[in-house]
Write a protein that binds this ligand. Structure first.
Ligand SMILES: Nc1ncnc2c1ncn2[C@@H]1O[C@H](COP(=O)(O)OP(=O)(O)OP(=O)(O)O)[C@@H](O)[C@H]1O
Ligand SMILES: [Mg+2]
Length: 466
């Protein structure tokens, strides 16, 4: 959007001149004859800059400045002062003017000051919108992540929250399925009602029906009292059926019926109850495969797969690892009353290298342990409990060092040298755009030796051609 400037001056000739001077700066220019008129204009629309004279009838520049500071804190004021008005100009600066320009003014200086001001405003605005974006997108209801796949997921969460449809959340263990289910519920119109989470495999098959739908007193041995089931508890709210892949076949039919009729019958009860429950399902199993194995009803699968959210494993969004690590560091430093440390570059590189089979939950655990182990210094790679499982990373050289201390010294050294040699050759080749003669020269090796080394490591020079 074009920036707006308001020039306030009681001398008509000066207004015309200033308008002319500022014309080429890409701003919409407005004018006012005095402070009062300026305030009227400010009330009508937003201005980025007010360029005001100090001495004016009715309301002078200082009074105008004070008014603007109070009512329009995002509008910047530049004061024009005449000869011998330095004390007032200083006062204006103290009151929060952005700058003051002395009359008769140097046109270039005036332009420069305004240009700088516009740039400052841009930076501030950018920062504000960036912060907003960070809040909205990178921390979407406690879900941390800015990877493009995660951003897609935030869109899907918003969609799932708006629509009331049954939603299937799929992802490996520890990828954040429950977190996403919560985000959907708490963004949906049902947020003021309950979110009931049922961990299906934790309930014995024989009790599952009564647990979900409730039972009447005396409906089976041990049913001493009437019991309200989880679906009833979720009335007008949401139910999350977690690990739905493990849902027994016998119950799958009952669930399907609920999805069709929206009614339940308590075990041993005669009447049906109409319920308004939104269903979310989560699983780490491949439901299609389960369907083909006859373990999951096909009709149920189609019914629940209307809207599905598939969460990528952490190894497919490595760019989020630092963000998540910092997030957990903050969380656990606070929780365990530890100082908020940094994570060393080496440790971070190790975190990035690790394939994270347990996904975000595993990362969370590793960071928590590191916080507990650490004695108030930067978190080092040796604080990481996964250390034994990952190759160490050498900062800039892009080189991995095997870390198993139970291997013989010679073997480790051999591997290390090999890795180093390979990375070195690649680096030099890349610098010389794949030209072997030049690369060998830079390395201080003769052509033949260099070439043989490339063969040894199966490095293809063409890969580095620019
Ligand atoms: N993107 C994320 N940002 C912040 N924390 C996350 C994120 N993803 C997961 N977590 C955290 O990781 C842990 C595991 O997440 P959650 O329980 O939602 O995973 P899950 O997929 O349901 O796991 P499981 O398959 O084992 O049930 C939780 O403590 C959760 O808060
Ligand atoms: Mg879970």
């Amino acid at each position: 959007m074009k920036k707006r400037i308001l020039i306030v001056n009681d001398e008509e000739a000066l207004l015309v001149q200033l308008k002319d001077v500022l014309k080429g700066m890409g701003m919409d220019i407005y004018t006012a004859q005095n402070g009062i008129e300026a305030l009227h204009k400010l009330a009508e629309r937003n201005f980025n800059i007010v360029l005001a004279d100090l001495k004016m009838p009715k309301m002078d520049g200082l009074q105008l400045l004070e008014n603007i500071k109070k009512s329009y804190p995002n509008t910047y004021v530049v004061i024009m002062s005449g000869f011998g008005q330095i004390p007032q100009a200083v006062k204006a600066m103290k009151l929060g003017a952005y700058d003051f320009i002395q009359k008769p003014f140097d046109i270039d200086l005036l332009r420069l000051s305004l240009k700088k001001l516009l740039q400052t405003q841009d930076i501030i605005e950018e920062n504000i919108s960036l912060r907003k974006e960070v809040e909205e997108k990178y921390d979407f209801h406690h879900i941390v992540g800015k990877n493009y796949k995660m951003r897609k997921i935030y869109e899907l969460i918003t969609l799932a929250a708006e629509k009331d449809t049954t939603t299937l959340i799929w992802g490996e263990t520890g990828t954040g399925k429950e977190l996403i289910a919560k985000a959907i519920h708490y963004h949906s119109p049902r947020k003021k009602k309950s979110l009931i989470i049922v961990n299906c495999p934790a309930i014995p098959e024989s009790l599952l029906e009564s647990e979900l739908f409730g039972h009447e007193k005396g409906s089976f041995t041990g049913a001493h009292t009437q019991r309200i089931g989880r679906f009833e508890l979720a009335h007008q709210g949401t139910i999350l059926l977690d690990e739905i892949g493990d849902f027994p076949l016998s119950m799958q039919g009952k669930l399907l019926r609920f999805l069709q009729d929206k009614e339940i019958r308590r075990v041993g009860g005669r009447d049906t109850l109409n319920l308004d429950v939104r269903i979310l399902l989560a699983t780490n199993r491949n439901l299609e495969e389960l369907v083909s194995q006859g373990k999951f009803r096909e009709d149920l699968y189609y019914r629940v797969n209307v809207l599905s959210i598939s969460i990528p494993p952490l190894r497919e969004r490595v760019d989020d690892i630092p963000l998540l690590a910092e997030h957990f560091l903050k969380k656990y430093a606070g929780l365990h009353n530890r100082e908020e440390n940094n994570i060393s570059a080496d440790a971070m590189n190790s975190l990035i290298q690790y394939p994270w089979p347990g996904n975000v939950r595993e990362l969370e655990n590793v960071i928590e342990k590191a916080v507990l182990l650490n004695k108030g210094e930067t978190i080092d790679r040796f604080d990481l409990s996964i250390l034994q499982k990952i190759p160490l990373y050498f900062g800039e050289a892009d080189m991995y060092m095997p870390v198993e201390t139970d291997l013989p010294y010679k073997e480790i050294k051999e591997r290390l040298l090999n890795n180093w040699e390979r990375e070195y050759l690649k680096g030099v080749l890349s610098k010389n755009s794949g030209n072997i003669t030049q690369a060998a020269k830079q390395a201080g090796l003769n052509y033949k030796t260099f070439y043989e080394k490339l063969l040894k490591h199966s490095i293809d020079r063409k890969q580095f051609k620019k």
